[in-house]
Design a protein around this ligand. Structure first.
Ligand SMILES: Nc1nc2c(ncn2[C@@H]2O[C@H](COP(=O)(O)OP(=O)(O)OP(=O)(O)O)[C@@H](O)[C@H]2O)c(=O)[nH]1
Ligand SMILES: [Zn+2]
Length: 389
């Protein structure tokens, strides 16, 4: 007999018991579902400790989506962006916290698009009378912006309070067949997904210049994108292991783009590890310093318009670096490695690994000559992000 549906509270939602479904749904699954819904333009309910919003991604809005959201919520939605994006619009002080922009008068898709997306020919001027209100990052409204980041969309949502008491928002979502997710689960998602990484496949893959190589794939339990460990030779776990953390770069790694140094760093690391006998390269699924490939292409376009790599991220509303290294630390532990000699020029990677209890015994510089296309990018990394060249 199927269980009798009863209203879902925030607690039952977070405990993972989905009373309306025969399948157990964990917090990780819910975030994964909410990401998929947001990406397809569907509304999602995000529930904080004191508020609940129904929201859609600010990317790909059309009149129909705005009208449906307004009818569902029974009130006019507001645009939620990061303070960084609001500061680009000259509306707030810079920062990664979310803010609510309330526009005077009726919303138009064109206006919303201008405010959320800098990738436009004409500069954006918010309408006079637009107000800005900071949002607690752990509120339902605030966490919806983080959800958009997890979805690798622009960090902006269009959101309105759920009608009725916030405590009954999970039940309201179920009634309307909407995915509901707790703000706290969104904020904890990265760490929770990293803790739940499991090796799921492994094979010998002889590489040009490093024939004794194994590739081990790790998958988060929510079915998210796999990270790969490329183990060269037989690293001795009792000694610090020569290690490279390489963040995915489709354009540099696969296409040989000259805009960055990634392709050379990838191939160079494999050869250097093979030369020294053994080590590991972790290929981390965090394209574009964690903003995703599509947003990286947007950032490139902004750079062609004169912004450097840091400012381009900020124009889009992102921090200059949105990457996390807990998956890397978790993979190293799975492989039996606690101490590493880290091939990097990026001091953040060293401190991040230390924070996740992997000891970096030595930094091994990993630099390649600049070319005409990436010289500005490399200079910006040194000047703005503290890279050691
Ligand atoms: N957002 C953004 N990402 C970029 C840009 N150029 C390259 N990337 C990404 O930057 C990341 C570079 O990764 P890594 O080489 O591992 O890191 P790093 O910070 O350069 O540090 P080290 O190479 O270890 O010194 C990849 O995810 C690229 O896709 C850019 O202009 N904007
Ligand atoms: Zn690159």
């Amino acid at each position: 007999m199927s269980p009798v549906p009863r209203p879902l509270s925030l607690e039952t939602l977070r405990e993972g018991s989905d009373l309306l479904s025969p399948y157990a749904v964990t917090a990780l699954d819910r975030v994964g579902r909410a990401v998929a819904e947001l990406r397809r333009g569907a509304p999602v309910v995000v529930i904080g400790p004191g508020d609940a919003v129904v929201c859609v991604s600010a990317e790909g809005l059309d009149d129909g989506i705005v009208a449906r959201l307004t009818a569902l919520a029974g009130s006019t939605p507001a645009l939620l962006v990061t303070a960084r994006r609001a500061s680009v619009l000259r509306l707030a002080a810079p920062g990664s916290e979310p803010v609510r922009l309330t526009l005077p008068g009726p919303l138009t898709v064109d206006q919303l698009d201008h405010l959320a997306d800098p990738d436009r020919e004409e500069p954006t001027h918010p309408p006079a009378g637009t107000t800005v209100e900071p949002l607690p990052p752990d509120s339902g409204a605030g966490a919806s912006v983080t959800l958009a980041k997890l979805a690798r969309l622009l960090p902006a949502t269009l959101a309105a309070p759920c009608p009725g008491p916030a405590l009954e928002a999970a039940a309201w979502a179920a009634e309307h067949d909407l995915v509901a997710v707790a703000a706290e689960d969104i904020l904890e998602h990265h760490e929770a997904a990293a803790r739940a990484l499991r090796p799921v496949g492994e094979a010998r893959v002889p590489l040009d210049g490093a024939e004794d190589t194994r590739v081990v794939a790790f998958r988060p339990v929510d079915g998210g994108i796999e990270h790969l460990a490329i183990v060269i030779g037989r690293p001795d776990p009792d000694q610090p292991v020569l290690t490279r953390l390489h963040s995915e770069c489709f354009t540099g790694d696969l296409l040989g783009s000259l805009r960055c140094d990634c392709g050379e760093q990838l191939r160079g690391a494999i050869l250097a590890i093979a030369e020294q006998g053994a080590g590991v390269l972790l290929y981390l699924a965090q394209e574009g310093r964690g903003i995703g490939l599509v947003n990286k292409l947007r950032a490139y376009r902004l750079q062609d318009g004169g912004f450097d790599t840091v400012d381009a991220n900020e124009q889009l509303g992102f921090d200059d670096d949105e990457r996390i290294y807990s998956p890397a630390a978790e993979m190293l532990r799975h492989l039996g490695f606690q101490r590493v000699r880290l091939m990097t020029n990026n001091p953040r990677k060293i401190s991040a690994l230390a924070r996740h209890r992997i000891e970096v015994t030595e930094r091994v510089p990993h630099t390649f000559p600049a070319n005409a296309h990436n010289v500005g990018y490399l200079r910006a990394k040194a000047r703005r992000s503290g890279h050691l060249f």
